[in-house]
Design a protein around this ligand. Structure first.
Ligand code: PEP
Ligand code: MN
Length: 355
C-alpha cells in the first residue's frame, strides 16, 4: 500500500453517501449564512466554500480571503456543520487552522505542482486535520498519488481523494473529462483511500449533477462534494454548475445507493462464464497471431511491406460496423482492432527481420 491511512470518521447518516455542500465561493456573510442554514435544514453535515479562488485569468473574483473565514466559523457555531475550504499555500493553511476549519482541501491546480504540494505538506506537519486532495488538472494518476504521499509523509493519515475530472482543449459534454478509469485505477491501487466525486466541476452545468452523482454511486465512490448556492444564477463564480440546497436534497433523495457488502455468491456462476469466455478470446487471439505470422513469412519471401494500409482500413471499417450490429460501440471495436493490428504488425516485423 502506498499510503498509511486512518478512517475519516466523519459524521454521516449511513443511508446517503457523505455529502459536502456549499458555494463555489464565500461571497458575502449573508450568502454564506443563508446557504449554510438551508443546507443544515436538509441534513447536510459538511459545508464547503472557497475563500481563496484560483482563477484562470486575472481580474475575476479571487475570493474574499481572510475576511471570509469568520463567516465560515459562524457557520460551524450556528449550524454545527463541519467546515472546509481550499488551501494553496502555507499562509492559507495557517489562517484556515486559526479560524477552526475542520477539513482542508487541495485544488486541482495545486495538486499538479509538486513544489506547492511539498510546501503545504510541510506547513501541516504535526497537525491532525483531514486533507482532501483533488486530482491534478492533467490526467496523471502518479502526480495525484504523489501529492497524497507528500501529505501522508507529513503525518496526515485522514486523507481522501476528490475526483473532479481532467481539463482538455476540446470541451464536449463535460467541463472536465471524467476519465473514470483513473479513479477506478486509484481504487485498485489504494483500496482503503476514500474517493469523493465532484460532479459540479466535472459537469460544469446543473443538469449533469444528478447523473454524475448516480454514476459515482454506481462505481462505489464514498462521498460527493456538490457546489450549492442560495441563488445560483447570481453566483460570483461557477454560476452554471451550482444548484440550490433544495435541488441538491431532491437529487440526493433520488440516488440509488448500491450495496457494497452484498456477497458475490450470486454472480460466481456468471464470473466462471466470463473466465471461460476470456480463455476462448485468448485462444482465438493467439490463433489469429499465428495466421498473421504466416502472412509475415509470405511478405518476407515476396519482399512486400508489412503495412498494407488499404487492407487495414478495410478491417477497421468492417469490424466497427459489425460491432454496431452486435450492440457494441463502433469506437470501442475499432480500438480493439487497432490494438490487435498493432501487435500483428509487431510480430510480422519480427519475422521479416529474422535472419
Ligand atoms: C472548487 O472546488 O471551487 C475549485 C476551484 O475546484 P478545482 O480545484 O477542482 O478546480
Ligand atoms: Mn467552483
Amino acid at each position: 500500500m502506498e499510503l498509511d491511512l486512518k478512517p475519516l470518521d466523519l459524521h454521516c447518516d449511513g443511508e446517503r453517501p457523505f455529502v459536502i455542500a456549499g458555494p463555489c465561493s464565500a461571497e458575502t456573510e449573508e450568502q454564506v449564512m443563508t446557504t449554510a442554514r438551508q443546507l443544515a435544514s436538509k441534513g447536510c453535515h459538511i459545508f464547503r466554500a472557497g475563500v481563496w479562488k484560483p482563477r484562470t485569468k486575472p481580474g475575476g473574483f479571487e475570493g474574499n480571503g481572510e475576511e471570509a473565514l469568520p463567516w465560515m466559523k459562524r457557520v460551524k457555531e450556528e449550524t454545527g456543520m463541519a467546515i472546509t475550504t481550499e488551501v494553496a499555500t502555507p499562509e492559507h493553511v495557517e489562517l484556515a487552522l486559526k479560524y477552526g476549519i475542520d477539513i482542508l482541501w487541495i485544488g486541482a491546480r495545486t495538486t499538479a505542482n509538486p513544489f506547492a504540494m511539498q510546501a503545504i505538506a510541510d506547513s501541516i506537519r504535526g497537525r491532525d486535520i483531514p486533507v482532501f486532495v483533488k486530482n491534478p488538472v492533467n490526467p496523471d494518476l502518479e502526480l495525484w498519488i504523489g501529492a497524497m504521499e507528500r501529505i501522508n509523509q507529513a503525518g496526515i493519515k485522514r486523507i481522501a481523494a476528490v475526483h473532479r475530472g481532467f481539463s482538455s482543449y476540446e470541451k464536449k459534454i463535460y467541463r472536465n473529462q471524467p476519465m473514470w478509469q483513473i479513479p477506478i485505477e486509484l481504487r485498485r491501487r489504494i483500496p482503503d483511500l476514500p474517493i469523493i466525486c465532484d460532479p459540479s466541476h466535472i459537469g460544469g452545468s446543473r443538469e449533469l449533477i444528478a447523473p454524475l452523482c448516480q454514476q459515482a454511486m454506481d462505481l462505489g465512490f464514498d462521498g460527493l462534494i456538490v457546489e450549492t448556492h442560495c441563488n445560483p444564477d447570481k453566483a460570483w463564480s461557477d454560476a452554471n454548475q451550482q444548484v440550490t440546497p433544495e435541488v441538491l436534497d431532491y437529487i440526493l433523495s433520488l440516488l440509488i445507493i448500491r450495496n457494497k457488502t452484498v456477497t458475490t455468491e450470486g454472480i460466481n456462476e456468471l464470473r466462471k462464464q466470463i473466465d471461460e469466455l476470456d480463455n476462448n478470446l485468448m485462444d482465438l487471439l493467439s490463433k489469429r497471431m499465428r495466421v498473421s505470422r504466416e502472412i509475415g513469412q509470405y511478405k518476407k519471401e515476396h519482399n512486400m511491406t508489412v503495412l498494407q494500409t488499404s487492407r487495414y482500413n478495410e478491417i477497421l471499417d468492417k469490424r466497427g460496423a459489425q460491432g454496431s450490429l452486435c450492440g457494441m460501440d463502433a469506437k470501442f471495436i475499432k480500438e480493439i482492432f487497432e490494438a490487435i493490428h498493432e501487435e500483428s504488425v509487431r510480430q510480422q516485423i519480427e519475422i521479416i527481420n529474422r535472419k
